[in-house]
Write a protein that binds this ligand. Structure first.
Ligand code: PLP
Length: 445
């Protein structure tokens, strides 16, 4: 199978896909469709690859690099357990994500709490359980966090989120601007260094370091190099004025994955050594001793490990203005289980999952069942001309930002997430039921 599929996916002689030793027809029969399927061996191997390559790459320079899995990309208590087994840490972005990470057994000191607008309750809970770091995002938050920590009689470990002006994503990066957004404290305006002064001066805060996240789907090491240069410049500037050399620097996530066959990815094997060398150069230029490093990959761990299985309902063919035809293949999910195409114009591919066909391929578009013409899952794909009601379709690389962004638009029930390994399936998140949907609605007396 092409690189867009997780590592245990194979097509049997009968044409049906198997993943983690399970036949997709049986999975569809047992768990229903749509169904998110996570390939456990693949997800764990990706987590381990980040751990091993970044440990080795920064180890060559004599420092450590922690990998925080960005749980916003996909979270369940079972996946938390896998992360712990693989010796990763975890980044959470809300009180809800924090609770699931704790339920999965992630020790609080291995958790980092993010969020541009944390509530008092979220801050209080994080401090009470003793998370390892709170990434502050504003002056308001520095004051509130200090006050809450003081009241609780604890010292809060703090990283300051810095907007470096480097914005990366897709095939390009922009080395300037991108100040006009809600996250972080700007380096260029002086807000970042002022935040460091305030955290350092605060009675109940302990300044651990600086954090930045420059974007998603990043392919270019140059973007990381530029962001490291700016981060180490800030670290040196603060050390010069305060005498404090911050012990940690986090360069965030954003490692690109391939969503469609042939698209490039930024694999940890390559990224780790190039980034570590770029950081070494940045440190040499800025001066100072090595901090402990950290990164926060999300989709590069969970994305390629997942696929979504759909059942085809309706097929229709339309004439194109420019001549020719397009086949619309409507499946039993759509924009409520994969928001990325409608939100970001994200591209995916699809394949017939339970059989092969001798029919010539037809230009097709896979659409959902929502009342929106933009409800498109796969914009352009060649599918056999005989795809019809009852067929199973699989969409690869949906493991990240799928179920975690899912919703009940049009009263659809959010699909289950299962993982598969060695012929066994486990439920991570159960499917919504009609009773769930009705229970959220408060009936009139
Ligand atoms: N860290 C932070 C602060 C983020 O905001 C995100 C994603 O939005 C990530 C890490 C993970 O990004 P990705 O899934 O592209 O690796």
């Amino acid at each position: 199978m092409s690189a867009v599929w997780s590592r245990t996916v194979e097509r049997g002689d009968d044409g049906a896909l198997r993943v983690g030793g399970c036949d997709v027809r049986q999975l569809a029969g047992e768990f229903g469709t749509p169904l998110y399927i996570v390939d456990e061996a693949d997800l764990r191997a990706r987590a381990a690859a980040f751990r091993d390559h970044f440990t080795a790459a920064f180890g060559r320079h004599g420092t450590k690099c922690d990998v925080y899995y960005a749980s916003k990309s996909f979270l369940s208590s079972r996946v938390t357990r896998w992360m712990l087994d693989e010796d990763l840490r975890m980044d959470v972005a809300s009180g809800g994500e924090l609770e699931i990470a704790l339920r999965g057994g992630m020790p609080p000191e291995r958790i980092g709490l993010h969020g541009n607008n944390k509530s008092d309750a979220e801050i209080e809970r994080a401090l009470k359980v003793g998370v390892g770091r709170i990434v502050v995002d504003s002056f308001d938050e520095i004051a509130i966090l200090d006050a809450i920590a003081f009241e609780l009689g604890v010292t809060a470990p703090v990283m300051v989120r810095v907007t470096t002006g480097v914005h990366a994503g897709g095939h390009e990066y922009i080395a300037t601007s991108h100040e006009d957004q809600k996250f972080g404290l700007s380096l260029a305006s002086g807000a970042a260094i002022e935040a460091l002064r305030r955290v350092h001066a605060a009675e109940s805060l302990e300044l651990q370091g600086i954090h930045t996240h420059i974007g998603s789907q990043i392919l270019s090491i140059d973007a990381f190099r530029e962001s490291a240069t700016r981060m180490f410049g800030l670290r040196a500037e603060f050390a010069a004025e305060s005498g404090v050399e911050m012990p940690e620097v986090d360069l965030g996530g954003g490692y690109a994955i391939s969503y469609v066959p042939g698209a490039e990815a930024l694999e940890p094997e390559r990224a780790a050594f190039e980034i570590a060398d770029a950081v070494a150069e940045a440190l040499k230029e800025a001066g100072g001793t090595w901090p402990r490093m950290s990164i926060e990959p999300g989709r590069a761990i969970s994305g390629p490990a997942g696929m979504t299985l759909y059942r085809v309902g309706v097929v229709k063919t339309v004439n194109l203005e420019e001549g020719g035809h397009r086949t619309y293949v409507a499946v039993d999910g759509g924009m409520s289980d994969n928001m990325r195409p409608i939100t970001y114009g994200a591209e995916y591919s699809a394949t017939l999952a339970a059989r092969l066909s001798e029919e010539p391929p037809a230009l097709s578009r896979v659409v959902g069942k929502h009342c929106e013409s933009g409800d498109v899952l796969v914009r352009n794909v060649e599918l056999p001309g005989d795809v019809s009601r009852g067929d199973l379709l699989a969409v690869p690389a949906t493991g990240a930002y799928g179920r975690v962004m899912a919703n009940n638009y049009n009263g659809l029930l959010r699909p289950a997430v299962i993982s598969v390994k060695d012929g066994q399936a486990q439920v991570h998140v159960r499917r919504d039921t009609m009773e769930d949907l009705l229970s959220w609605d408060v009936a009139p007396e």
